[in-house]
Design a protein around this ligand. Structure first.
Ligand code: DCP
Ligand code: MG
Length: 473
């Protein structure tokens, strides 16, 4: 393991909710919940103001509404989040060629490989500047962890939340980990945590004391060895830039269309097993299960479900594929079926034990649910949609966003990222003066948000605004 804290982990704070607050001045400092608003919707994320009330990711939306009845409830705007994420990732790539994104708002960076840090002081400076640049370019805050390994850098950024920076000095890792709950370690989810607790193991120190043999006895060979090494703060996993394979998938085209639903189900199970064999053959696991169906008329559908952590468990992948198939109408016949796994990882799985035990630890992400069932979640009137939180433009009042709609009316708050909190007006949903609009940039050129001295950061080379400019931007 390296001797300086030059692995950086960045995680943006309350990402989707922070983007919404930056975009809507009236929501700053308020409880904001982003997620699926339909009957089966779940919370994608909540602003820190809403978290105080007990709302968190993956919670059913109904429960969130009971806990925070006065919060703003918004549907996700992935295009916007992706554009901001691209800006953040570009800042990271300016630091090092070795950037490993884990999701839209999270990545590891090997600062040493980029030549920007070699010891604690230089690593800390790179982290401080990065946070300032992210704020200047996107208007948002991200938390940074710095350590000598991926595991510890991630633990550090968690400790830094929100809006902070934590450095774990090499040499202090084991003492720091010792009193922490076992759940802190990667690979320990609720099921593994319970299993260990029943064996009297609740802290990282308990794992070390139990010894490697006992861990292997409790959790099996791979997971036991891996977890014991993590408890000793031994983690040599390199930061890897692009993954070679972005997905692993298999598909079959049938000579004769399959009509029998039962047969379709069996084919999907068979494909899921084949896909798992490939995945395991490549030593990979993945988070997102994809089902592809081409119907008799050549219409092709893909459905996907994202699990909480990567898996290569045949039972988990088979079950997910079967669930996805449930949402597809195959009457009329099927010409082609495919099963794939994306979001690949070769690092420790989130909760191997639970997956092996067949327990369902996956929560369907609000993200996927929204992408799959837009019609269910967005009110449609006369062919026009006014999803809560989306941007609109009114011929007379200008740019605003949908605060709510129903009974033939849509309520719009007229404000922009750079304006004061705006006023609300109500229109008929078929008002010809009102039309959907693209999001505006969160930060305008020249409008610096808390940037320190500019020159040394290197950020001035960046595009000043995101790619999502409005027509009259
Ligand atoms: N997300 C989601 N469904 C989940 C978890 C997260 O759709 N079950 C989305 C919304 C989040 C984003 O992914 O904004 C990033 O996830 P994080 O776990 O990093 O959570 P946040 O960034 O929202 O908050 P934190 O400040 O705790 O990082
Ligand atoms: Mg985050």
């Amino acid at each position: 393991m390296r001797t300086a804290p030059t692995i950086l982990h960045l995680d943006m704070d309350a990402f989707f909710a922070s983007v919404e607050q930056a975009s809507k001045p009236s929501l700053r400092g308020k409880a904001v919940v982003v997620g699926g608003l339909g009957p089966r919707g779940v919370v994608a994320t909540a602003s820190y103001e809403a978290r105080v009330l007990g709302v968190h990711s993956a919670m059913p939306m109904g429960q969130a509404r009971r806990l925070a009845p006065n919060a703003a409830y918004l549907v996700p705007r992935f295009g916007l989040y992706k554009a901001i994420s691209d800006q953040v990732m570009e800042l990271l790539r300016a630091l090092s060629p070795l950037v490993e994104p884990l999701s839209l708002d999270e990545a590891f960076v090997d600062l040493e490989a980029g030549g920007v840090a070699w010891d604690e002081a230089s690593a800390r400076l790179a982290g401080v500047r990065l946070r300032a640049d992210i704020r200047a370019v996107t208007g948002l805050t991200g938390s940074v962890g710095l350590a000598a390994s991926k595991m510890l850098a991630k633990i550090a950024s968690e400790q830094a939340k929100p809006d902070g920076l934590v450095v774990i000095q090499p040499g202090t890792e084991r003492a720091m980990l010792a009193p922490m709950p076992v759940r802190t370690l990667p690979g320990v989810g609720p099921a593994t945590g319970d299993h260990l607790r029943r064996a009297g193991i609740t802290t990282v120190e308990d794992i070390v004391e139990a010894g490697e043999d006992e861990l292997v006895r409790l959790l099996g060979k791979a997971h036991g060895h891996g977890l014991y090494a993590m408890a000793l703060a031994r983690d040599d996993r390199p930061v890897t830039a692009e993954r070679e394979a972005k997905s692993v998938s298999v598909e079959d085209t049938y000579d004769v269309d399959i009509h029998d639903r039962l047969r379709v189900g069996l084919e999907v199970q068979r494909l899921a097993d084949r896909c798992v064999r490939r995945l395991r053959g490549a030593g990979l696991s993945g988070r997102t299960i994809v089902l592809k169906v081409r119907r008799f008329d050549f219409s092709t559908l893909t459905r996907s479900e994202t699990l909480r952590g990567p898996t290569d468990d045949p039972g988990v992948i088979r079950e997910a594929a079967a669930r996805l198939l449930d949402s597809v109408d195959t009457t009329g016949g099927v010409r082609l079926l495919g099963v794939g796994v994306t979001g690949l990882a070769d690092y420790t799985q989130e909760d191997l034990f639970a997956q092996a035990a067949g327990a369902r630890v996956s929560t369907e992400r609000a993200v996927e649910e929204h992408a799959m069932a837009p019609a269910e979640e967005q009110p449609v009137f006369a062919g026009r949609r006014w999803p809560a939180g989306h941007d609109v433009r009114h011929a007379e009042f200008g740019h605003g966003w949908v605060q709510g709609s129903g009974l033939g009316r849509v309520t719009v708050r007229f404000e922009t990222p750079g304006s004061e909190p705006g006023r609300v007006r109500t229109f008929r949903t078929d008002d010809p003066d009102l039309e959907p609009a693209d999001p505006l940039p969160l930060v305008l050129p020249g409008q610096d948000k808390g940037r320190g001295p500019k020159d040394e950061t290197g950020a001035s080379r960046l595009r000043p605004v995101a790619q999502y400019t409005d027509a009259d931007g």
